[in-house]
Design a protein around this ligand. Structure first.
Ligand code: 3HC
Length: 697
């Protein structure tokens, strides 16, 4: 027997217990152990087999770390077929998360019982694949095509009650999986219950698969796995036999397993978990965090306060006047009402949060006892310095003083206090109670336990926290500035903002850069350009059309006009007819003759600019690892998850090709297209960004 599966006999029942912490993933040892367990149970004359998991869960799926390596026997599909074919009564007792291959093992069992808190799902599409051990064939047979398609194409798990309602499990009982499983199996034996194989159930009735296929492709913005999984479910309805359906599932599974999207999504899965694990934080205790101050109750500050309140922190919101404080309160309450509407909190919790956990204030002395304060005031160094000087005067010793600046130098801000070791950047993304990314910006003198507290706060708030060093724009906005500059250059040379937006949404971004700029507010970029103007190199190509829009009072969505025109009550905008004229004037001013860009060239230049700047960010140590950049872009900038992040994308398409393209582009503009030394080094060494991730882990 394998160590990962414990075999024991309880009367007529052979009990197979998974012991593969932390999530009982179905790695090779587990699969071999299950197979051996069935053989032994059948040889020894047991009458039933009970399968359950030790620890926190039943099997949470295949061992994802084995993907991409040759599959060693028994394969998942063969194992499930073998379990289902057993002449013994097979029962699975589920707790925790029965996911992917885990649910497929359960579906191959003849009976299923679960504790009420158990969750079940087929989340394979989130890994760029589809259920590959009969899940697409068995789930529609037990739950019907509608339910199966919902679970398989969204990857969303369901609770035990819903699973029971839909015939996915047979019984829900409170207790330990072992105890409830043994009692149920015994009861089945005593009642003379028959073997009951899902494969013997008739093929389910189909739906309009072609229409759904088109809809899924559109919804997934190019993500292939949900639409491909649909085709596997279609086979459950239409194939000549269960076995033929299984074969079709296998073909489609292998198609996705060999796809770049699978590489991207699995990179995202592991990076998402690795990103906040920093070696230097091992064993470092974060400071106590119970009360938080937020300065500035605009959209950003109110969002930060909302996120903090929802995580259980007490919040003091500081504003300049009573009227501004009341407006801030209104924004926070509006956000929290949204949380009530979405079922995240109850009406009672809303009342408690707004009346007990939130305090509004207009005097800095209200922040004297907070453990951490985040300022979200106007993005101007002198304003920030005034705030920090006052915080330094009132906050208790050991309180963490954080700035939510998007660009400014945290070292300079820290230097205006008597306690730079307590100063850190906590860069949230708007709306801060929704967006997952938090850049934890570590300045030269930031104490290590302050860094640990930044990450602890991120975890409390449910954020993906990424460590960044100090530079203009940190990781995300610095890279954004580079690819946005590239987009502006392409416009000067002949592309249109709308063609660029369309090309980048076709690549998989939720929005193109110009629609994003309209959403964020064009005044933000305008302020940054004005701030940077004195230090700009004369060789830099700086367009004037974005400034012209702002000078005319058009700041994007909030003023109803930007690159697009927005009509009240309508989602999205239509191209602003004034923009081509502004661009033409800018080209004429510079003596440029526009040329035609293909969508492919737009995408390639845009991505090369992103990768090149990202490589500089890693090379300079602003981001510790390539995966830090990838997670920043994924969780803060709408980068399509199925490409894994810009540097994973670069690895997949090939660093040498990317460098060659950058060198070609440099012939037209050798100032902008200076290749990143790290990229050159990796190409010279025949290595890739992921090698650096591995070295750092
Ligand atoms: N394989 C390998 N490692 C896994 C894993 C898996 N399926 N699932 C989780 N892990 C690892 C995580 O990487 C993490 O490792 P770390 O501690 O070194 O970072 C550790 O287990 C704990 O995971 P989490 O931090 O995510 O723990 P949570 O308690 O927050 O979540 C979970 C648990 C809900 C099970 C979550 O880990 C999860 O969603 N896992 C993936 C489940 C999944 O996608 N299953 C389907 C796999 S594909 C499949 O089965 C193919 C089949 O159809 C043939």
């Amino acid at each position: 027997m394998s160590d990962a599966i414990r075999y024991e006999r309880v009367g007529d029942i052979a009990v197979l217990t998974a012991q593969n912490p932390p999530v009982n993933a179905l790695g090779l040892d587990v699969r071999r152990g299950l197979l051996a367990g069935f053989e032994r149970a059948e040889t020894e004359g047991a009458k039933a087999v009970l399968i359950y998991g030790d620890g926190r869960t039943y099997f949470a799926g295949a061992d994802i770390r084995e993907f991409g390596k040759p599959m060693q026997a028994p394969s998942f599909a063969d194992l499930c077929t073998r379990i289902e074919a057993s002449p013994l009564i097979v029962v699975s007792a589920l707790h925790g998360t029965a996911l992917g291959g885990g649910l497929e093992v359960a579906l191959s069992s003849h009976y299923r019982i679960a504790v009420p808190s158990a969750k079940m799902g087929l989340p394979e599409v989130h890994l760029g694949i589809l259920p590959g051990a009969g899940g697409t064939q068995r789930l529609p047979r037990v739950a019907g095509v509608g339910m199966a398609l919902d679970m398989i194409t969204t990857g969303r798990p369901i609770g035990a009650a819903k699973a029971l309602e839909n015939g996915i499990i047979d019984r829900v009982v409170e207790g330990e999986p072992r105890e409830i499983g043994l009692a149920y199996t015994q009861e089945l034996l005593e009642a003379g219950a028959p073997r009951r194989a899902v494969c013997d159930l008739p093929a389910p009735k189909g739906v309009d698969f072609d229409a759904m296929h088109v809809a899924l492709l559109k919804k997934g913005r190019g993500q292939l796995s949900p639409a491909t999984a649909l085709r596997a479910v279609q086979a459950a309805c239409e194939a000549d036999s269960f076995e033929a359906g299984l074969r079709r599932e296998r073909e489609l599974f292998m198609e996705l397993m060999n796809s770049d999207q699978r590489l991207g999504m699995i990179h995202a899965f592991f990076s998402e978990r690795a990103v906040s694990k920093l070696p230097e934080l091992k064993g470092v205790a974060p400071r106590v965090l119970a009360e938080m101050g937020v300065i500035g109750g605009g959209t950003m500050g109110a969002g930060i306060a909302t996120a903090a309140l929802l995580s259980g922190l007490k919040v003091t919101m500081l504003e300049m006047t009573d009227a501004a404080a009341a407006a801030a309160q209104g924004r926070i309450e509006g956000n929290l009402k949204g949380a009530v509407k979405r079922g995240k909190i109850s009406a009672d919790q809303f009342t408690a949060l707004t009346t007990q956990a939130l305090t509004l204030a207009t005097d800095y002395s209200a922040l004297a006892q907070v453990d951490l304060v985040v300022e979200a005031v106007f993005e101007d160094m002198s304003v920030k310095k005034t705030v920090f000087t006052q915080l330094d005067a009132v906050c208790k010793p050991g309180a963490i003083l954080a700035s939510n600046t998007s660009y400014l130098d945290i070292n300079e801000i820290a230097a205006c206090t008597s306690r730079p070791e307590d100063v850190i950047g906590l860069h949230f993304f708007s709306p801060a109670h929704v967006m997952k990314l938090l850049e934890v910006v570590v300045a030269d003198k930031t104490a290590i336990d302050v860094v640990a507290t930044g990450f602890a706060l991120g975890k409390m708030l449910g954020k993906i926290s990424v460590r960044s060093g100090v530079c203009d724009g940190f990781i995300g906005n610095r890279i954004l500035a580079a690819y946005r500059a590239c987009a502006d250059h392409m416009i000067l040379d002949g592309a249109s903002p709308y063609q660029i937006d369309a090309a980048m949404t076709a690549f998989g971004f939720a929005m193109g850069p110009f629609a994003v700029a309209d959403l964020a507010g064009l005044d933000i970029g305008w302020a940054a350009r004005k701030r940077l103007a004195p230090t700009r190199d004369a060789r830099e190509r700086v367009p004037s059309f974005p400034d012209k829009l702002c000078e005319d009072g058009h700041f994007g969505q909030k003023t109803g006009k930007g690159y697009y025109v927005y009509e009240a009550g309508k989602r999205g905008g239509t191209p602003n007819p004034d923009v081509p004229g502004l661009i033409d004037a800018n080209r004429a001013e510079l003596g440029l003759t526009p040329r035609v860009f293909t969508d492919a060239e737009i995408t390639r230049r845009y991505m090369c600019a992103m990768v090149n700047e990202a490589a500089k960010v890693v090379g300079e140590g602003i981001a510790r690892r390539p995966l830090d950049v990838d997670m920043t872009l994924l969780f803060g900038y709408g980068f399509p998850r199925y490409h894994g992040g810009p540097l994973k994308w670069a690895d997949i398409v090939g660093l040498d090709d990317i460098l060659a393209d950058i060198n070609t582009y440099a012939k037209g503009d050798d100032f902008f297209w200076q290749p990143a030394p790290l990229l050159q080094q990796l190409v010279a060494d025949g290595r890739c960004f992921d090698d650096l991730n591995k070295e750092a882990s």
